[in-house]
Write a protein that binds this ligand. Structure first.
Ligand code: COA
Length: 152
């Protein structure tokens, strides 16, 4: 099976995005889509109501969305990153491909790095970020998440 295609999100992706969030298992939802936060944020693209400067990529296999990576605060030197892969793609290091896509864009724009946070219990995400060269800076924010920085 060829690798999924990673491309910028398009206006005709709305249903794919909704289905992608619907296939998430409970642990993924609890880490990534608590109170539908990231779904609602993604839908802002289609509604034209983004508040931060965003850039979003989707991975698609046939007509199915199997990955999502996005940046916000792209009008700053160090944007923030969010990521999720479809349940059936987990554990195949596909997240790394998505991060590399976002990182290549940041480098092409002369950014200084990428920031992100993750839940203390999200050990899969931490393994991915550390393999991708992110360094753990400490505990951050009201939810006691871990703060990571990839410094270019
Ligand atoms: C976090 C996420 C993006 C990681 O992507 P991925 O492509 O599955 O990542 P990997 O294949 O590199 O797996 C990451 C690590 O998880 C660990 N892992 C794999 N299977 C595991 C399992 N069943 N239980 C616990 N850890 C596991 C491994 O340590 C692996 O790293 P290694 O193979 O180098 O040792 C993906 O799991 C996901 O979408 N999760 C739900 C959404 C989410 O949590 N997003 C991040 C919010 S901050």
């Amino acid at each position: 099976m060829p690798e999924p295609e990673i491309r910028l999100i398009r206006m005709d992706d709305r249903e794919r995005v909704v289905r992608f969030f619907a296939q998430m298992a409970p642990d993924s939802r609890s880490f990534f889509n608590r109170r539908n936060g990231n779904l609602n944020w993604a839908l802002r693209y289609f509604d034209g109501t983004d508040r931060q400067a965003m850039r979003r990529w989707v991975a698609v296999e046939g007509d199915e969305m199997v990955g999502y990576v996005f940046l916000w605060d792209t009008d700053t030197m160090i944007p923030w990153l969010g990521i999720a892969v479809a349940e059936r793609m987990r554990g195949r290091h596909f997240g790394q491909k998505l991060i590399e896509t976002a990182e290549a864009w940041c480098r092409s724009q002369g950014k200084g790095g990428i920031l992100l946070t993750t839940h203390m219990a999200n050990v899969r995400a931490q393994a991915l970020y550390e393999r991708c060269g992110f360094e753990r800076l400490g505990v951050y924010g009201a939810n006691n998440e871990l703060l990571y920085l990839r410094r270019f």
